[in-house]
Design a protein around this ligand. Structure first.
Ligand code: UDP
Length: 328
């Protein structure tokens, strides 16, 4: 198949590119390299089936020709992180909503066979039940969550109206090699691994009993491929690990001292996907255990040597607007 990955130089996109190439597919990557990194795909550059374009999904005229005779589109380009989305919602709206619109229009014009969207489980906010099914109420807590959800709505609408076969995968706390090491205060693995490398205490939020559905990146990449291969369309599917793990347990596996930072407003005490639907419809199951995934991350600790090392003071500053706008 000829597959196009938007955001293919990012964390999840680069793993997806790698697996698709291994399976013998042709891969076209579009990435503006704002948060993606070329060295995420360096090890794939020698493969004949790979083409890379440094384009922004907001530049429709540039990206549209890349969709010519493409079979599968994987739309992973987008802006992540909570605090910058509160500070600069316009940027998130343009990238995550208008950018998705552009990708859908290009996919429509070129009549692709399947488009799979990387949606976010943050649309559930603080849900009423665990494990959380796809039918749970939509409660975005900040602009990042809202714009990713708006992107999902566009995808489903384009699928319904223009008959593009589409799937939306709601991802839960994805972690693994090549997760981001720079930029805004964000995902816990990047924060903790840099602290571990520099022998600084882990900044545990609240009392650390909160749990997350940590899902290993290659399991997520396989879900994207299963969704593309499937003949189904218009489905929303949770992608999770089938379990949830406390921050205290993560700290125990990583090993090190602890310091505490206050709980942030709007944060759920638990994320835990009900994966019954994806298991049934796509015959997909997570394969990498949390313990194995964490051990793989620990083996690559030196990758976090240049990552920002957060401490309670710098976290307080970095999350000031979060408390200001979302606090009661
Ligand atoms: N977390 C933490 N210390 C940090 C950053 C995050 O204890 O310095 C916790 C946070 O409270 C949450 C979990 O790690 O329970 C995952 O946080 P992340 O920001 O990675 O994802 P999200 O909160 O969006 O699920």
């Amino acid at each position: 198949m000829k597959a196009l990955i938007t955001g293919g130089c990012g964390f999840i996109g680069s793993h997806l590119a790698e697996i698709l190439l291994t399976q013998g597919h042709e891969v076209i990557i579009i990435d503006n390299l704002e948060s993606g990194r070329l060295n995420n795909i360096e090890h794939l550059q020698s493969q004949s089936g790979l083409t890379f374009y440094q384009y922004d999904i907001l530049d429709f005229d540039k990206i549209e020709p890349c969709f010519k005779s493409v079979d599968w589109v994987f739309h992973l380009a987008g802006m992540a992180d909570i605090v910058p989305s509160i500070d600069d919602p316009g940027k998130y709206y343009h990238c995550n909503v208008t950018g998705t619109f552009n990708v859908l229009e290009a996919a429509k014009n070129q009549q692709v066979k399947k488009l799979v969207y990387a949606a976010s489980s943050s649309c559930y906010g603080i849900p009423d039940s665990y494990p959380t099914p796809e039918t749970a109420e939509i409660r975005p807590q900040y602009p990042y969550a809202l714009t990713k959800y708006m992107g999902e709505e566009l995808v489903l609408h384009w699928g319904q109206t223009y008959k593009i076969p589409v799937m939306s995968l709601r991802l839960f706390n994805v972690y693994g090699p090549r997760s981001r090491t720079a930029g805004a205060y964000g995902a816990v693995f990047g924060v903790f691994l840099a602290q571990k490398f520099h022998n600084k205490p882990f900044t545990v939020v609240g009392d650390g009993t909160q749990t997350r559905d940590f899902t290993y990146v290659t399991d997520v990449a396989r879900a994207f491929i299963k969704a593309a291969e499937s003949s189904l369309t218009g489905k929303i599917l949770n992608v999770g690990s089938d379990n949830h793990y406390s921050i205290n347990y993560l700290v125990k596996l990583l090993g090190g001292e602890i310091t505490y930072v206050p709980k942030r407003p709007g944060e759920p005490d638990c994320t835990y996907a009900d994966t019954g639907k994806i298991q049934k419809l796509l015959d997909w199951k997570p394969e990498v255990s949390f313990e194995d995934g964490v051990s793989i991350m620990l083996q690559q600790l030196e990758k976090w040597q240049d990552a920002p090392v957060w401490n309670p003071d710098s976290i307080k500053q970095a999350t000031a607007t979060w408390f200001e706008y979302l606090g009661s």
